[in-house]
Design a binder for this molecule. Structure first.
Ligand code: UDP
Length: 246
């Protein structure tokens, strides 16, 4: 079940699994698999905020992303001296996409540090990171409630992300690497549980696209995201959802 093109309909997600508690030292953790893309996501709680927020009575969420050297077909050098541009772009996207998941005022002066480490890359690593990290963040917030550190749930909304594109003229959900390479249009979409957009990144790879095509892609993304949020809820289970008031 690799989710290879041809093995699924263009409006179908690749097989998704979200395995909670994958890194038990972290306050929240999962291994998320979307087809052959696999990412470890952790959420750690630090009892402080960055200097620009000190004394403001609110918390923060920030994210880091990395691909392991052999997550790809040819070895990717580790970032040692300087992060590459793609890494910076992706980790900022992950942070922005996840911030609506947390009511930062209710979190208090704490930072949720999200780490996404790609074990295996087959397209859609940034969207799998967001979808998986959402579950890790929810676990970490539930732990704060369970430990009696917060009387009110700081949970905002569920969020998930997915890629969509036009491949061989067909609007397609959740592109694997091969489809990503072939795509004429390629977009990444992050949305909330009630279907509001957080981020839409769409690019014409081989010539401009029209509004109707883009609307079709956004509808596909909304369908996929709804399914992913169902998986997130199932992975968390009733005890954690209860602690979060969800
Ligand atoms: N990729 C790769 N090496 C890299 C960057 C990307 O092999 O240094 C592959 C990998 O499979 C990745 C895909 O290209 O998932 C698409 O990369 P993109 O930058 O579009 O990000 P993603 O789709 O993973 O969010």
């Amino acid at each position: 079940m690799s989710g290879e093109p041809g093995a699924r309909r263009p409006d179908q997600l690749r097989p998704v699994t979200i395995q909670p508690g994958f890194m038990p030292y972290a306050e929240g953790s999962v291994l998320v698999a979307c087809g052959d893309t696999k990412v470890i996501c952790t959420a750690s709680i630090e009892e402080r905020v960055p200097p620009f927020l000190e004394g403001k009575g609110q918390g923060w969420l920030t994210a880091e992303y990395n691909m392991l050297p052999r997550s790809t077909h040819t070895r990717k050098r580790r970032d040692r001296d300087k992060l590459d541009g793609r890494t910076v772009e992706i980790q900022r996207l992950i942070g922005r996409a996840l911030r609506p998941a947390v009511d930062l005022k209710k979190l208090g002066e704490r930072t949720l540090m999200v780490d996404c480490d790609v074990l295996q890359a087959d397209g859609g690593t940034r969207t799998a990171s967001i979808t998986g990290a959402m579950v890790a963040v929810a676990q970490a917030l539930a732990k704060l409630r369970r430990d009696g550190k917060l009387e009110v749930s700081p949970f905002g909304t569920f969020v998930a992300a997915i890629s969509v594109g036009v491949v061989g003229g067909t609007p397609t959900l959740d592109l694997c690497y091969k489809q990503d390479v072939d795509a004429d249009v390629d977009a990444n979409v992050a949305m909330t549980e009630d279907g509001k957009f957080i981020e839409v990144q769409g690019t014409a790879e081989h010539g401009p696209f029209d509004r109707a095509q883009f609307d079709t892609l956004l509808d596909l993304a909304a369908k996929g995201i709804k399914e992913l949020i169902g998986k997130q809820r199932a992975a968390l289970g009733p005890e954690i959802l209860g602690l979060l008031g969800k």
